[in-house]
Each structure stands twice: as structure tokens, then as C-alpha cells.
Write a protein that binds this ligand. Structure first.
Ligand SMILES: Nc1ncnc2[nH]cnc12
Ligand SMILES: [Mn+2]
Length: 574
């Protein structure tokens, strides 16, 4: 008999009570998501699987009297790179608050390094105590209006990965104008993955355009910012991933509407998309989505179901997302269902304390991932922004990654834009191919005084993006990024106040999560000292300003991009 059959034989014997289970969590309040009730009893585990609920004896027993047991939480859509640490450090950060499974879209590192980046993430997520499923990036580059590092990621690049056990389908399809136009390249990807899951990214899509987007085979979306938007997409058969991240905070609006409407919840999931370590450390990860939903009035069992079984069923994750015989013993022990206080977490039947998180897998990193900043000598002349009577201006919206598109006059020295406390200079500098592309715009709402902040994390092509009120500090910030091979930096009055090196593709650190968190926190403090409002997360906000698939106005290395018109702004006024 093969090893799997031997394990099954043992599990059946333990389940039937013929043998003792490996571990029994005694007298617990078990959340049963199939009957949507709390069952009090023992939870028996063998070989990392749940073998039974009822009355059991175990070789090891833990008294869970008064404690609730939930299935491990599932993040239905996130970007590992957005936490800026390696997958092992990410696992260390999110497991303690109960996330035991993530579904990740690696378009960040694939934009940088193609299959080298994808292989890096697949290899470094193979042997860690976190279930990591991957969606093949559908939109690399996100649009043709930017320069990424690796060129296009096409069906020929995808095909070798289709049968990988942890590849679930196609990642967020962003260019809905291309989908609606019947662009052959995206349609090829959709048909290649038609028997798998196809995720969407459709901010503000509605009406016939939404019908056509759903008709193309897209099955999910995580960009809804209102209940009305979520409702229309859900009614078109699209699963709604309710997002609560570090910058994009959509849960309150959607859950409030859901509770008022009485809409069925079975096609709603939770996700973080992009959540920084500091927020994960403070609030937890998907646990925070659940807690917020409960505080808004949602039944705790239904909120937990959204974060577990709904996601597992949506993505075909067999034996995950519930507590029942034969399911994997990924479990969260909670003291109560209001505060959602996580007391302990079990992964495959073992408490987290039994796992080692030192880099025992000996991950070697392809040297091409560690040398990712290639820019021309940057001159002040390239940072000029000619001004006219009226200019296109990007306006920040606190706590959102969306921006407003303004058209107003700018402070100037007669011919060129001169930043002040209202209007900050924003520059995007191409860093992959030495093209020398530099584009400049004015951004409203950053409020930086006597300094600049810069980063190589600039979704999704990850060129250098820098915001500042004077060219000297802007140039110094870019120089510093070159020296540290990518990351985040804050400068003021011609001095570097602090930096966070992100040497893996200019996106991720080799340091521990704790070190990265401390460094980022000090940089955020420096950035706020430069005048950035407290409601604005300086780095996440900056990192999204170059993403031409989030309304309304963005800046790429090819120019100002009107997302709603889906076109670069050719602005030579009379
Ligand atoms: N929210 C998001 N985070 C990172 N990359 C993205 N590309 C499109 N949307 C994104
Ligand atoms: Mn995303």
C-alpha cells in the first residue's frame, strides 16, 4: 500500500475511534460552516487532517473549553511583493492572526523579471507553513502605456505552468478596454485558462461593458469601492472580493450595503490586495476583514464563512476552508467571536510554535533579481514641467488608491512649474532599459515641504517614482535608490533621512519582517514630518501613482495617462 493509502487507513481508524488520534482539541466550540452552527465537542486530528468532531481520545490532548475553533482564513487576492518581504517572512507575519492560505497574483515581480520572478515565488513558497496558490499574471505589462522590465508575459510563457498544482488560473485581467475591444492577446490568455479561474480588475465598470467583461469569462473582481458597484458585478455573476488593505479600504461600504440589502453572501470573499507589514502587525490580516464585518453587524459565522469556505469553494481548494472529517487541520483558536482575538493557530495539525521559520529551504536568488536599477544620468533639465494657463493635475484621495483628474493653473516661474505646499512635483524615471524616459506632473494633496520621497515600487511596471518640492532633493533621492539597488528613500535639504533597501527586484527585502517594519515606520514618520497628511500613507500612495489601470489620472514613464479615456494625454495647448 502506498504512503497516502497508509495515512488514509490511519485517519479512518482514528476517525472511527478504533485508534487514538494524534491530537484532540477537547471541549471546543467548533464553527461548523456547513450547518452554520457552533458544535461543542472534541476535534480529532491525525496526520495533519481533521478526522472527526464528537467525543475522541488522543495521544496528545489540548483543553479548548470555552474556545472557538475556526478554519484557517483565506486571502482570496493579494500581492506577496506588496509586503516587501520574502514569502517566508510574509508567512511569519500573517499566520499568527489566522491566515493559513493566500491566493497571490505575482504580476509585480513578473513585470520585473518574467519567468525568473515567477519561479522565484513558486520556489520560495513550496516549503513554508502557508498554503500559497498563484494566479498567472494576465496583465504584464498592465498596459502598453508604460515600460516594464520583462516585456510581455504571453500564453507561451504561461503554458508550462498550467499543470502546476498550485497554479489556479489567470490573475487580475486589468485592461478591460482591451477585453471589450476583443484584443486577441488577452482573449488568447482567457481561452487558455478557460477551464481554470479567471480573476478580474474592473474599477467602476458597469452596464453593457460589465456584461461584456463577464461574458469574456472573468469570474471575480476586487476593485469595487461601493455596494452599488459590488451589487451590479455580483448580479452579473462575478464574485466580489471585499478588499481591506493598507490604502484601498472598501469593506465598510460594501458590507454595510450587503447587510442592508440581504443579498446572499455565498459569492463574496475577503482579500487584502496590498497590505503593509505595519498594518498586518497592528490589525492582523484577513482576521481584520472578519472583525470589521462583525462590528458592522454581520453574523460572525457568516463573516468567517466569507473568509474561509466561500474562498475555498470559489477557487477549488479541496479539503480547505471548513472543519469536517478529511479536511486539512488548518485551524484558528479564538477566544470569542466579537473581538476575533486569535489565541493560537494550527497549520496541518501542528501549532505554529512547532514550525521553524529560519530560511531552511536555502533559497538561492537568481542574481538577475538582485540588480534591477539601470538608469541614465538624470539632469535637472529633465525635471522641468512647462506650465500653461491650465494643467492636468493628479489629486490624491485619502484612504483610496484612486485619484481625481483636475485641470487647473499651477504656480510657476512664468514658464515652468514651481512646487509649493499645495502642488508637489511627481516624476517617473524608467529604470529597466536605460531609455532615459523621464516624465513629470503636478500632484495635489501630498504637501511635501523641503524634501522628496522616492521608490522603485511603482505599480505595476516598477519604474522609479519620486515626489518632492525641489529638484536637488529629487535628484538625491533617485541617486540613493540607485545606490541601494531599489527600495524606499526620504531626503530633505540635501540629506538622506532614511532608506529601506529592497534589493530583490527593487520590490522585496532580504531582511526580516521585523527589520523592514521598523525601517518603513521610521521612513513614514520622516515623510509625515515633511508635511504629508496623516490620512495619506506616503509610500503606498506614491507607489500607486504610476498604475494606469486605477482611475482617474496617473503618470507613467511615457506620460500623463487618463485612465477613464484609457489614453495618454497629448497636451500641447494653443
Ligand atoms: N491593487 C493593486 N495592487 C497592485 N498591483 C495592481 N495592479 C492593479 N491593481 C493593483
Ligand atoms: Mn491586485
Amino acid at each position: 500500500m502506498n504512503i497516502m493509502s497508509q495515512i488514509l487507513q490511519k485517519n479512518i481508524a482514528a476517525s472511527a475511534g478504533f485508534e487514538k488520534a494524534d491530537l484532540v482539541l477537547k471541549n471546543a466550540k467548533i464553527i461548523n460552516l456547513f450547518s452554520e452552527e457552533i458544535l461543542v465537542g472534541d476535534l480529532a486530528i491525525a496526520n495533519g487532517f481533521i478526522v472527526g468532531i464528537g467525543q475522541y481520545d488522543g495521544l496528545n490532548e489540548v483543553d479548548c473549553s470555552g474556545k472557538f475553533i475556526s478554519p484557517g482564513f483565506i486571502d482570496a487576492h493579494m500581492h506577496i511583493e506588496s509586503t516587501m518581504v520574502t514569502p517566508l517572512e510574509l508567512a511569519k507575519a500573517i499566520l499568527p492572526s489566522g491566515t493559513t492560505t493566500i491566493i497571490a497574483d505575482p504580476h509585480e515581480i513578473v513585470n520585473m523579471a518574467g519567468t525568473i520572478g515567477l519561479d522565484y515565488l513558486l520556489n520560495t513558497t513550496e516549503n513554508i507553513p502557508l498554503n500559497v496558490y498563484i494566479m498567472l499574471p494576465s496583465s504584464v505589462p498592465a498596459t502598453e502605456f508604460e515600460t516594464n522590465g520583462s516585456g510581455a508575459f504571453l500564453v507561451n510563457d504561461m503554458t508550462p505552468y498550467l499543470n502546476h498544482p498550485r497554479i489556479l488560473g489567470l490573475g487580475e485581467v486589468m485592461c478591460f478596454p482591451n477585453v471589450l475591444a476583443g484584443d486577441p492577446v488577452i482573449l488568447e490568455k482567457l481561452t487558455l485558462c478557460r477551464d481554470k479561474i479567471c480573476d478580474g480588475h474592473a474599477p467602476g465598470l458597469s452596464g453593457k461593458a460589465l456584461q461584456a467583461y463577464a461574458c469574456a469569462g472573468i469570474e471575480s473582481d476586487h476593485e469595487s469601492t461601493s455596494f452599488e458597484e459590488a451589487y451590479e458585478k455580483s448580479a452579473a455573476g462575478i464574485r466580489i472580493l471585499i478588499r481591506e488593505g493598507s490604502a484601498a479600504k472598501n469593506l465598510r461600504a460594501i458590507v454595510t450595503g450587503l447587510l442592508d440589502s440581504g443579498l446572499p453572501l455565498d459569492r463574496f470573499l475577503f482579500c487584502t490586495d496590498d497590505k503593509h507589514l505595519e498594518d498586518i502587525h497592528r490589525d492582523g490580516h484577513i482576521r481584520w476583514n472578519i472583525k470589521m464585518a462583525i462590528e458592522l453587524g454581520m453574523d460572525p459565522i457568516k463573516a468567517i464563512k466569507i473568509a474561509t469556505l466561500n474562498a475555498a469553494q470559489a477557487y477549488g481548494l479541496k479539503r480547505l476552508g471548513a472543519i469536517a472529517p478529511g479536511y486539512r487541520a488548518d485551524l484558528v483558536i479564538l477566544s470569542d467571536l466579537q473581538s476575533m482575538t486569535v489565541e493560537s493557530v494550527y497549520k496541518d495539525g501542528k501549532p505554529l510554535e512547532q514550525y521553524r521559520f529560519d530560511n531552511t529551504t536555502g533559497d538561492t536568488i537568481d542574481p538577475r533579481l538582485l540588480n534591477s536599477v539601470h538608469i541614465h544620468e538624470l539632469s535637472p533639465a529633465k525635471l522641468k514641467l512647462p506650465v500653461y494657463k491650465k494643467n492636468h493635475v493628479i489629486e490624491l484621495i485619502p484612504n483610496q488608491i484612486e485619484t481625481n483628474h483636475l485641470f487647473e493653473s499651477l504656480p510657476s516661474d512664468e514658464s515652468n512649474f514651481v512646487p509649493n505646499e499645495t502642488y508637489t512635483k511627481l516624476c517617473v524615471i524608467e529604470r529597466h532599459r536605460n531609455t532615459g524616459n523621464v516624465r513629470v506632473a503636478a500632484i495635489k494633496g501630498f504637501g511635501i515641504k523641503k524634501g522628496a520621497i522616492a521608490t522603485t515600487v511603482a505599480h505595476d511596471s516598477h519604474n522609479i517614482i519620486v515626489a518632492g518640492d525641489n529638484d536637488a532633493d529629487i535628484l538625491l533621492a533617485v541617486d540613493c535608490l540607485s545606490e541601494i539597488n531599489g527600495g524606499y528613500v526620504v531626503v530633505s535639504e540635501h540629506a538622506v533621512l532614511g532608506s529601506v533597501p529592497l534589493p530583490i527586484a527593487g520590490l522585496m527585502s532580504l531582511d526580516s519582517g521585523e527589520t523592514v517594519q521598523k525601517k518603513i515606520a521610521s521612513l513614514v514618520a520622516y515623510a509625515h514630518d515633511l508635511g504629508i497628511p496623516t490620512g495619506v500613507d506616503p509610500f503606498i500612495t506614491l507607489s500607486f501613482m504610476a498604475l494606469p489601470v486605477i482611475p482617474s489620472l496617473r503618470l507613467t514613464d511615457l506620460g500623463l495617462f487618463d485612465v477613464n479615456a484609457f489614453a495618454l494625454i497629448k497636451y500641447e495647448p494653443d
